[in-house]
Design a binder for this molecule. Structure first.
Ligand code: DP6
Length: 359
């Protein structure tokens, strides 16, 4: 599909008012998106596990209005949140041609996250995908004959991408690819697609325990970080390595080789942070406890032959990934050895999930 396929035909009747709600999950990338061009187009393909427990619930209510401005209010946990307005305004501007009813309504967006506020967990993926889904659900109700599910998922991901790149991977699950990749026929820079290759049972219900190392605001936003990949000395090498890592991962997902899985996933996490450390200006998002946790995971793996591994987002928190078969043992290890390095001993247990749901 191309951009034009997402420009809707004239609507039947526009409702006067109404409300729609979605719950949309966060996701954790195994091969990372870091670097973009044009209008939210990734420099390399990425793949993620969709999460399950970490999600955003958004209710969008709408009332027909006159005038030609965008009008909306945003509430987080019941409190008006003007801090979100600029991001939503630029999202509305970017998606307007694909949702031409946006200026015709006054919107009230009420949102809440399942994970603690300011936990440092990226809420843009779950938040932007939930909002995109609500808006598209509105469109579905205005469209003669509705919208087919496949088209709906693609357009929801396409819109979510225009809000935040990683949000394009939060519509479906458990594994979603975003970005053109020669080994994945349906893959595209425009939206995320469910990974449809063979997946070994080792990866069923894969566990992700998120260790909350630092709950403060990030010093450098992802958007600034992506921009620093322009003129980055290692950019081209990084983009081609990411695409190669995705090729390796396709084979690993099929054969279930967890040792090779660990190698790709940990290397991706460290390369992401290596890009931050080698950009100009340079920056470091890991904290001493991030490194302490990584070293303890490595030591545990050495003594137990466990297949536990880590990955990182653009922050200090550590995502501990492990097969469902090791759930009890690894949780015991986390509680006794890793939790002491988390802020207030806090961590969130999650696992691969199946995407957004309409409420
Ligand atoms: C490090 O999707 O937050 O989590 O497109 O500017 O909103 P924007 O960036 P964002 O970038 C997230 C990057 C990452 C890796 C990943 O999720 O692939």
């Amino acid at each position: 599909m191309i951009e034009q396929d997402f420009i809707p035909k004239p609507y039947k009747e526009l409702p006067n008012n109404g409300a729609v709600s979605y719950q949309s999950p966060s996701n954790i990338a195994l091969v990372k998106y870091w670097g973009k061009h044009g209008e939210q187009l990734p420099e390399n393909a990425s793949i993620s596990f969709t999460l399950s427990n970490c999600n955003t619930q958004t209710e969008l209510s709408f009332e027909a209005k006159s005038g030609t401005e965008f009008e909306f209010e945003v509430y987080l946990d019941g409190n008006k949140e003007i801090g979100f307005e600029p991001k939503i305004r630029s999202f509305f501007e970017r998606v307007e041609q694909y949702l031409p009813f946006l200026r015709k309504y006054m919107f009230v967006i009420k949102t809440s996250n399942s994970f603690p506020h300011s936990s440092g967990i990226a809420s843009s993926a779950s938040g932007m995908s939930a909002l995109a889904l609500c808006l598209l659900e509105m469109e579905r109700s205005m469209t003669e004959g509705g919208l087919a599910d496949d088209y709906f998922n693609k357009k929801a991901s396409f819109l979510a991408r225009l809000g935040s790149g990683s949000a394009s991977r939060s519509i479906e699950g458990p594994l979603v690819v975003w970005g053109n990749h020669p080994d994945i026929a349906e893959s595209t820079n425009l939206y995320g697609v469910n990974f449809d290759g063979a997946v070994h049972e080792n990866f069923t219900n894969y566990q992700d325990t998120i260790l909350l190392v630092d709950k403060g605001e990030k010093q450098v936003s992802s958007t600034v970080g992506h921009n620093l990949m322009h003129n980055h000395p290692y950019a081209q090498q990084r983009f081609s390595t990411a695409n190669e890592n995705l090729s390796k991962l396709i084979a690993i997902l099929e054969n279930g080789d967890l040792s090779s899985f660990i190698e790709v996933v940990e290397s991706e996490a460290l390369q992401l942070h290596a890009m931050m450390m080698s950009s100009m200006p340079y920056f470091i998002l890991m904290k001493p406890n991030t490194l302490e946790i990584i070293n303890r995971i490595w030591a545990y793996r050495k003594t137990t032959k466990s297949k536990v591994c880590f990955t990182l987002d653009a922050g200090a928190n550590v995502h501990v990934l492990y097969p469902n078969s090791e759930k009890d043992a690894v949780l015991t290890f986390i509680e006794s050895e890793l939790a002491p390095f988390c802020k207030n001993g806090e961590f969130i247990s999650d696992q691969a999930g199946f995407g957004a749901i309409k409420l």
